[in-house]
Structures are given as C-alpha cells and as structure tokens.
Design a protein around this ligand. Structure first.
Ligand SMILES: Nc1nc2c(ncn2[C@@H]2O[C@H](COP(=O)(O)OP(=O)(O)OP(=O)(O)O)[C@@H](O)[C@H]2O)c(=O)[nH]1
Length: 383
C-alpha cells in the first residue's frame, strides 16, 4: 500500500516540478528519487527466500541508494546550493563495493545492513544539517527538518541493531516485531518526508508569488500594488502617531533618447541602476517603487518637506555622477509632496507630487519642484 502511495507521491512531485516556477529547485530530483525508492522496494520483494539471490539484492541496494542520494541532491538544489555529486557518487560506489564484498566474497548479512544503513544515514544527516543551516525559520521547515531527523535516526537504529543484535533481527523479509515496525515506520517516514518537502516547496511558491505580485520584475523594487500596500501601512501608522510622510515622484529626463541611442537593453540596465541608486540614498524604513516606464516613486515615512527635498537632491546628484561601466548618466525631474493629515489618501498625495513633477518638466527638467500642501479642512491637519 505504502509503495503505491509513494508511486502516487512521485507523480505529485513531477507535476509540481512541471508547474512550479523554476526558482523552486529539487522537485525533479525528489520525484526521481522517490520513483527509484519504489523500484527498490519492488526489488526487495523479488529478493525472496532465506538464501538471497545476488542480482536482485545488488540491484535493490543500487537503486535504493541512488534514489535516497537523489533526495540529497534535490534538497541541495532546493536551497540553491551546488549539488554534491562527488559525495553522492562516492557514497554510492563505496556502498555498492561494500555490499558486493559482503554478499559475494564474504557473505555477512549484518555487516551489509550496517554498511548500507550507515551510508543512507549519512545522506539523511547531511540533509538535516542543510535544513537547519539554510531553511527559513518557519513551521514548514521545522516539520521537514524534524521528519528528516526522525528518518536519519530510524535508519541509524537499524544499522546499530544489525551489528549488535544479529542479522535475523533486521532481515526485513523475516516475520518479526522489529521488521514490521521498521517497514511500517520507514515507508511511512518516506511518505512523510515527501509531504515535508512539498510543504516547504509550497511555502516557497507562496513567497515567490507574493513577491511577484508586489515587485517590478525588471528592477525588483515595489510595483504600484506593492507600493499601495506599503502606503496603507504607513498611513495607518501616521494616523496613530501623528507624523508627517513625504512622497517623491521621479521621472527620468529624455529617457526615450537613451533607448534610441543605446538600445532598449541598455535602457533597461539604466532603469535597474536608477532603482539601485535611489535605494542606496534611502533609509531602511523608506520605500521605493517603479510605476512603469521611467517613473519611480519614493515614500519617506516620518519625514517632513525639508528632509524630503534633500533626499531628492541627493538622488539627482548620484544620477548625474559619471559611470565606469559604460552606462549613460541621466538626469531626473522630481516632484515632492508632504502629507500632514491621514485624511488625504494615496491618490491625493500622488496627484500633488505628479503636479509638481510636471511643473519641473515644464520648467526645463532636471529640477525639483515642491507641491502645494493638500487643501483639507483645518481640523484634518496635524497640530
Ligand atoms: N528600456 C526600457 N524603456 C522603457 C521601459 N518602459 C518604458 N520605456 C521607454 O521610456 C520612454 C519614455 O518616453 P517619454 O514618455 O517620451 O519620456 P522621456 O523620453 O523620458 O521624455 P520626458 O519624460 O518628457 O523627459 C519610451 O521610449 C518608452 O519606450 C522599459 O521597461 N525599458
């Protein structure tokens, strides 16, 4: 039954691999690893009898070790690490040589089990370490890590038992309490491990989709939607703590001529550079967004007009600086608006900042214009 379930789970992993974004690595390796573990279980059944037939035993161990090793490669790819193929191949070769020796040359079942369990356990322990070191501090990671740890312990226990309690106690084809418990736990654990891995992969998917829906794909700064969320949070804080916030609207000058002269790809690099430059000028609590084209917007919480204007000047200065990497320097026209009342909303402050920006364009570009204060009822303004 559990073999069938594992087969079904490998289909789930393969379909996740086909449909999840490419940033989520390791799904294919986990799917292939699980398929090989299913094949290994089938070969275990073919082993038959009390006298082991060498070919099924060798192929079962080869396939199982390969499949379990692939789960390690999958976990490494998932965490964006370089797959340790050397360790993988090393474990597989050492394991197969040792199994062949204690099967064909010097038949010794307990030692064979101990060697196999030790090698498999190394693969699982390494994954426990990887999860602890690279996993996000979230519940799915904790679950995945705990399951991996449990699996490492179960396998290690079988190795120790093989050495100290004799081969009969760990022969999975003989009826016995340990055999029943081990088979039940290990196949259940493999299933649970896949569930654990799918849980962290799904959490990663959620994070990626959230980021994609709130970030500009070219510059990785916020997009209009992400900016609206951030603004709503800052406005709520402003209401509570009676602070000012400022908004800077930035539009690059004659950007079309940069595209025309250097090509669209260079234009894209300029946009990425501008986003980086703006980000460096800001405090960690400030926010920058790209509203499409060559228009950027900056939100400065707890900031009045004076500081907002000096941030705008700093942005202009760094944009003008000559560049070493061949990218053309550019200038920007900027409109600055300061919000003193939570009665005004995003559309209101944007409208004022854009009004100032258009004035800056009309007055010759490469300059900063300040928006008039919002015309709100006097009771709305901060004292
Ligand atoms: N490379 C690149 N260009 C873009 C992107 N989005 C918009 N553009 C270009 O940005 C240019 C904007 O041109 P305009 O609106 O005329 O503005 P401008 O040339 O900067 O002139 P002013 O704003 O009046 O100073 C157009 O050529 C668009 O094709 C983008 O993502 N990448």
């Amino acid at each position: 039954m559990s073999t069938v379930m594992c087969g079904a789970m490998s289909i789930v992993l393969f379909s996740a691999w086909r449909s999840f974004p490419a940033e989520i690595g390791g799904l294919r390796e986990w799917g292939m690893g699980l398929l090989l573990m299913v094949a290994g279980t089938v070969l275990l059944a073919l082993r038959g009898g009390t006298v082991p037939r060498p070919l099924p035993v060798l192929s079962m161990n080869a396939v199982l070790l390969w499949g379990i090793g692939l789960s390690l490669i999958g976990t490494e790819k998932f965490y964006g690490l370089r797959p340790s193929w050397r360790l993988f191949h090393g474990i597989w070769l050492v394991g197969m040589a040792a199994i062949a020796w204690w099967l064909l040359v010097w038949p010794d079942f307990p030692v064979r089990v101990a060697v196999f369990s030790t090698l498999v356990s190394v693969i699982y322990w390494r994954q426990v370490w990887l999860i602890a070191r690279h996993g996000e501090r979230q519940f799915p990671t904790l679950l995945f890590g705990m399951l991996m740890l449990a699996q490492a312990l179960v396998v290690a226990t079988r190795g120790v038992l093989a050495l100290f309690a004799g081969g009969t106690s760990v022969d999975l084809l003989r009826p016995g309490t340990f055999q029943n418990v081990y088979l039940a736990i290990s196949s259940f654990m493999v299933l649970m491990l896949v569930v654990g891995f799918l849980t962290v992969a799904t959490r990663r998917l959620q994070t990626i989709l959230e980021l994609r829906s709130t970030r500009d794909p070219l510059t990785q700064v916020l997009n209009r939607r992400g900016f609206a969320d951030v603004y709503a949070r800052e406005r709520a804080l402003m209401q509570r703590e009676r602070r000012a916030i400022s908004l800077i609207s930035i539009d690059l000058d004659h950007f079309k001529s940069i595209n025309d002269r250097y090509g669209h790809a260079t234009g894209d690099r300029v946009l990425v550079h501008v986003a980086e430059v703006i980000g460096k000028v800001l405090r960690a609590s400030d926010h920058v967004a790209r509203f499409g084209g060559e228009e950027f917007v900056v939100l400065l919480p707890d900031t009045g007009m004076e500081r907002a204007c000096s941030v705008a000047e700093r942005i202009q200065d760094v944009l003008r600086e000559p560049r070493q990497d061949g990218l053309p320097a550019c200038t920007a026209s900027i409109g600055v608006a300061c919000q003193l009342s939570a009665e005004e909303d995003l559309d209101g402050i944007l409208l004022r900042a854009d009004g100032a920006l258009y004035r800056a364009k009309a007055l010759g570009r490469d300059r900063i214009e300040v928006a008039e204060p919002a015309s709100l009822p006097p009771r709305a303004a901060l004292g």
